[in-house]
Design a protein around this ligand. Sequence first.
Ligand code: PMP
Length: 779
Amino acid sequence: MVSEKANQIGESPTLKVTSKAKAMKAEGIDVIDLSVGEPDFATPDNIKNAGIQAIKDDFTKYTQADGIPQLKDAIIKRLKEDMGLSYSRKEVIVSTGAKSSLYHAIQALINEGDEVIVPAPYWVTYPHAISLAKGKTVIVPTREEDGFLLTPEQLKAAITPATKALILNNPSNPTCAAYQKHELRALADIILEENIYVIADEIYEKLVYDDFRFFSFASLGEEVKKKTVVINGVSKAYSMTGWRIGYTAGPADIINGMAKIQSHTTSNPCSVSQKASLEAFTGPQHEISKMQAEFQRRRNYVMMRLQSIPDVSCFKPQGAFYLFPNFSAYYKKEFNQTQIRNSYGLAYYLLNEARVAVVPGDAFGADDYLRLSYATSMQNLEKSMDRIIEALTHLKTARKIKKITLSNTITHTKGSVPVEASVSIQMRDALVGEMESHLTFQNYFEWNANINGVIVQLRTNVSHLYDFWLENWYPAELEANLEPHGIIYAVDNIPGREPRVFYNTETKTGIVVNADHYGPLRSLALGMITDISERLFNSNAVRGMSLDFNGQGLVLIGPKGTKKTELFFSLLKDPQAKLHSNDCVFVRFSAGTPLADSIDRKLFIPTNTVDAYPGLAPLFDHSKCENVITRKEDCKNEKCLQLDDCRLDKGSPFCYIASKKSMALLDPYWIEGPAKHIKRTALKWIFILKNDKFSPPSVEADPEDILRFMEAGETMGTQKTPGENAPFFNPHLLVTTPERIDFQRNFYRHLFESTRCFIFNSGVAGYEEIKKIILNQET
Ligand code: PMP
């Protein structure tokens, strides 16, 4: 299992688009890649030759971890000549690319909980680098009308006592906005006043246009310099992205901290690249002006084309080699009945329809925009702009513009939670004491539910669990002194405790510790109701999916992998079928007839059920959901990932089939209205499912045979330890003492004798076979 942090880090979206474009090219598709983040010019010959010479001179061993002194001196000289800045060797460190400089600077500067201000749109790496240092990113959105520049007022408002630094990317990737000296000055005044640091990422410093004069943040005076960590490198200015050399200039203590960290991460940056970079800084500089002139020509051309597109605005940037146009007017459009919706949707559309790869603005924290790089030939730019403009004309205004905002809670726990179902009274009392000590007035939620006539009181500090509990069950009567039959404590955030479920049968007390997803709570409640109602009402839970056909009921019972859901929803499509329950029913005998009651006010249902019944998707859109996947990085659906046809890539804000653990609470009446739904049915048929290739499709079996099969059960739910069998295919069953198993056995014997029971093999037969049995019924 990878670590939490590795799980949370999203793959670089730029690299993702670039590799997708490369894959399409490999398939022979003529894609133009405007996602690239590097100059398309060759590294100048003098620099390459310096690298070759280093190899010939055998300069191929470890060097000083923080960079060779000659290179440091060359950097110091450049900073002096270009910016008037004075640094000593102790104030400069060479790293493996500016990205590495930035990571090390953040690691050296940021403590756990420190806030770092990042103006948006931002370069994608910043928040990740900050979170790996356990810092907190404070995003401050800048406005297009302010030229995407952070204003002094915005900076001031974002500073708190926890603020440690501001990351100022100048010129910026992706907006390419660049700060004039007086604009930097105004920010610097606040930096000094508030005594915070600036990490000044100036990697695009040399790529500025229209006579723009670049000033390093550190050049605003000695005091400002003491608070500034300058990040720069050779990647962009010298077309040396692959050589991986970056540098940092800043206060000696920070540089020293970075050097220590670097000595354990990369050791020295590549020796050969250091020699080549030495030549870059000390050799002729005219290639930079050539590159500048060419980039300016391309910028002007692409700007001109973008300005001709209706409803697109594009800020004219002074630096770098990207444009960041606002395409949000196109998100309301559709193609082949699919609405574009957001920057991911438009980027996906342009990749497939225009065969032009661009980066969605959302990746930089600005969903209204797309990032287009002009680091490609003029010919490519002309062709790509023609294609984009043409593809946009094929978009139609979406007929129904409905923005779906899903009610979706992401919980910190997911999946199975171990259950201890037979805790002693003493342990129960100790646990209740512990739970109560964590339930304070301010965070206490309580609600009595009526589940199959049993009143269960939930006491919790998790608002999400309270919310789902309320939706899932019918309420008990609102009597002030109503005595519940059972009580459940669901308490989260207890330090030092693993997620666990406990149950004490004498006192009917259930306890859910440190699990904030709904499954364990619901399962515990069902187990408790079974335990209680078997004594109170002589009724028992049957775990299965049930339907009614003309007043007679059928239940499908079976473990995972027996196509229960698929069969259930296929049968439901029959006009005579009514939905009864999707999980668990309670059965009691009335004059010998087994009557089954559905107990859920709303159905707790995995959202990937849309695979079996696509009509559920628009219903889930309005339901309360839990753990529906909203980011491609979190997708767990292997099949989808292989198909490379992802709705999240196409701009969908969420996906119902990306994880088996995404759940919704669905109002059953929404499935084709109240007439399609029934609360009580007289059970007539029981189908026990299995899935193999050799057994007959369906066998009407002897109750005793079925009993044996049922009692053995199989691991199916999430509540039991893997490998342990769930008797009667019911993972909600809590108490499995011999006496209780005996009760279950007698109940099922009675049930099987009162109904027609089939062992049904879903490996060879489908729902038609079941329909044949129930519709050709001999009465
Ligand atoms: N900062 C910014 C803003 C960048 O755009 C990039 C490169 N995309 C870097 C830093 C990293 O540069 P390097 O290739 O030297 O690691």
